[in-house]
Design a protein around this ligand. Structure first.
Ligand code: CMX
Length: 139
């Protein structure tokens, strides 16, 4: 598969407002959007750095993946997202090479991207998201 760039680095935080303030005050970044992703039980805040985004994740429910992550590890880097041109092909290729897919088929994630996660158990401990822009999936 061909990765085009790091689309985002996602950071699990306890309090979105406090963390937004940190990135704005210390690094001079500007949060350009806050979006709730109901099926993932998170609220996200976005910052752009070059081609890459920082995505802050605050859990909206007790039983969410981000809530479980923070209980176990505290705040910190939750996942890294690589952009690909052809997401389904990339998933098929990863699966054929023995990688466990959390999402067999792409689904819609933050900012309308098509996304799929690879299980950290088969990626040396890193939760990896592959993503693509919707129009690119049709290529
Ligand atoms: N990074 C690395 N390892 C992780 C992890 C993460 N973010 N989240 C969980 N794990 C590890 C745990 O440490 C645990 O390892 P051990 O067995 O060695 O203790 C193992 O994975 C299982 O973790 P768990 O807490 O029992 O959680 P589940 O198995 O219920 O779920 C996972 C784990 C990765 C399948 C689940 O979190 C998932 O489906 N994640 C993808 C979706 C997601 O993260 N959504 C939130 C972001 C949404 C967005 O950005 O759009």
């Amino acid at each position: 598969m061909k990765l085009t760039h790091i689309e985002h680095v996602a950071i699990a935080v306890k309090n979105l407002e406090e963390s937004i303030k940190f990135y704005e005050d210390i690094f001079g970044l500007k949060c350009y959007k806050i979006e709730e992703i109901k099926d993932q039980k998170v609220k996200t805040a976005f910052f752009q750095i070059g081609e890459t985004k920082i995505e802050l994740l605050e859990s909206t429910e007790e039983d969410s993946p981000v809530s479980k992550f923070i209980k176990k590890n505290g705040e910190g880097i939750h996942h890294i997202a690589f952009a690909v041109n052809e997401l389904q092909n990339a998933l098929d290729e990863a699966k054929a090479k023995g990688i466990e897919l959390i999402d067999e088929k792409p689904r819609t994630g933050a900012e309308g991207l098509n996304i799929s996660f690879l299980h950290p158990k088969s990626t040396h401990g890193v939760l990896i998201e592959l993503c693509s822009h919707p129009e690119q999936n049709e290529k």
